[in-house]
Design a protein around this ligand. Structure first.
Ligand code: HEC
Length: 117
């Protein structure tokens, strides 16, 4: 095989690996630690009206499935704790800011739960 075609194959393989279908599944709910479970509860009450967590597809906002397993957020920003915390606290576009109704412990819990998806 030529060097060029192996390079193309390699590129195609990396794209396939980054694609949603090959992401590892979310951690089963029964295996969440207390902080992650607290985050799951908060997600149900504060986020689930607008975001799916354990399946693909948009509700009012994009699904959070694999949010930290993908290289970037739906907006294209890097999928970092800082960026996601800022989105939760200050809002973004049509997403309302939730900072005045969540304390640091709540925000940390939600983040911990998002990391299990
Ligand atoms: C009232 C509906 C609503 C609620 C409640 C809501 N969101 Fe969102 N969220 C949105 C919408 C709409 C977007 C798309 C915003 C945009 O990119 O303009 C979004 C985007 C996001 C993004 C992607 C940001 C990016 O840079 O692409 C994350 C992460 C997120 N929300 C997390 C959360 C979490 C966690 C909660 C709960 C604490 C939450 N959202 C609650 C509507 C909501």
């Amino acid at each position: 095989m030529s060097k060029l075609s192996s390079l193309i194959l390699l590129a195609a393989a990396s794209i396939a690996v980054a694609g949603c279908k090959t992401l590892p599944p979310p951690m089963p709910l029964s295996q969440l630690d207390p902080q992650q479970a607290h985050g799951h509860d908060l997600f149900q009450s504060r986020c689930a009206a607008c975001h799916y967590d354990r399946k693909d597809g948009s509700l009012h906002g994009p699904s959070m499935l694999g949010v930290f397993k993908k290289p970037s957020l739906p907006s294209g920003a890097a999928a970092t704790d800082e960026r996601v915390t800022a989105t939760i606290m200050h809002g973004r576009g049509l997403m309302p800011a939730l900072g005045n109704t969540l304390d640091q412990q709540d925000a940390d819990g939600i983040l911990a739960y998002l990391h299990t998806l």
